[in-house]
Write a protein that binds this ligand. Sequence first.
Ligand code: PNS
Length: 162
Amino acid sequence: MSTAIYPGSFDPVTLGHMDIISRSSKIFDRVVVCILNNSTKKTPLFSRSERVNMLNDVVKKFGNVEVMQYDGLLVDFAKENNISIIVRGLREITDFDSELQMAQGNHMVSPDIETIFLATDPRFSFISSSMVREFASYGKSVKGFVPEEILPLIEAKVEINQ
Ligand code: PNS
């Protein structure tokens, strides 16, 4: 059985993430969406448990996707769970540098682990969680950026002017 990890900070999950989850679920028998800490992102909008809940809600329509979380290195999570494939989405060329570095670093410390990149659907390539947080924090609706189920959760955090 082929299993892949789709790791990220998912603060919050976006339509771009959903596209990668959906496509990965067709490629692999099982996909584990794993919420990890990104040390460059200091002040999350959603707590870890809120992110677990929101992801569980939006992936329940896929029969082979589950949500996990981990405090530590992605490669250690992969090893502990006997998973050797990591999936990441590439939105644009500016993602390439950091994603390549991360994949090469992970491969250096854990040569059995491979990273596979999926090209983001161009309809979603401009979307990032940080853009969603920024628009929402200034009261703009983020409809069209995130799954519909997430909108009320964002509206509960910030005041949105419809
Ligand atoms: O959604 P993001 O913020 O781009 O995801 C980045 C993430 C969380 C996958 C990455 O920061 C990560 O793997 N964090 C866990 C710690 C780790 O393994 N660091 C080494 C690779 S940079």
